[in-house]
Design a protein around this ligand. Structure first.
Ligand code: ATP
Ligand code: MG
Length: 186
């Protein structure tokens, strides 16, 4: 049951990491849990945003920056109006992530960390195979850089955890900083 006394604040839970690291998987679990605790929440996910909002963009550094710039604009509007916002984007450049922190309310950088070895083994979308054969250019971790976060608010090691454990780590953090109500069993 939702905690009726909890006053929701807006925030931006920003999941960054390699393709296949687990951003979307974790985002969905956290979203479901927070919704059931009564929060107003939206997910902005890389794959959906690229279909709906930034279809015109590719994967050059400039286009990746523009992609994140537009998402930041949306996250800014949501977070300043008390909406919880979960954003899952590879977002490989440190500078772009620092900009989001400056422009949004209660920005939380979550480094969804998995080794290149394990993401290419998972190869959920079959993209690593194509990137390694050169079929896809500018692929993060293979032919484009990923700048590891220096000081993320949270560091999640998905090689060593289940998705549920990773989501729980995030939920506990949000509870600790007062951005999510504790779940009530009664
Ligand atoms: N601890 C974990 N957290 C999240 N996913 C995990 C974990 N352990 C294993 N996985 C698996 O890793 C895969 C992650 O795929 P997912 O689509 O979530 O990645 P992504 O980071 O969103 O990638 P992309 O940037 O391409 O959208 C899933 O198949 C998931 O089941
Ligand atoms: Mg994803």
């Amino acid at each position: 049951m939702a905690d009726q006394s909890f006053k929701q604040k807006g925030f931006v839970l920003w999941l960054t990491g390699l393709s296949g690291a687990g951003k979307s998987t974790i985002a969905e679990i956290v979203e479901g849990e927070l919704r059931s605790r009564g929060l107003n929440i939206e997910i902005l996910d890389g794959d959906i945003v690229r279909k709906e909002l930034t279809r015109d963009l590719g994967f050059s550094k400039e286009d990746r920056e523009e992609n994140i710039k537009r998402v930041t604009f949306v996250a800014k509007l949501l977070s300043r109006n008390q909406v919880a916002c979960i954003c899952s984007f590879i977002s490989p450049y440190r500078e772009m992530r620092d900009r989001i922190r400056r422009e949004t309310t209660n920005f939380i950088e979550v480094f969804v960390d998995a080794s290149l070895e394990s993401v290419s083994e998972r190869d959920v979308k079959g993209l690593y195979k194509k990137a390694l054969s050169g079929e896809i250019p500018n692929f993060t971790g293979i032919s484009a850089p990923y700048e590891v976060p220096d000081m993320p608010d949270l560091h999640i090691l998905t090689d060593e955890q289940t998705p549920l454990q990773s989501a729980t780590q995030i939920l506990e953090y949000l509870e600790d900083v007062g951005l999510a109500p504790y779940s009530k069993l009664f």
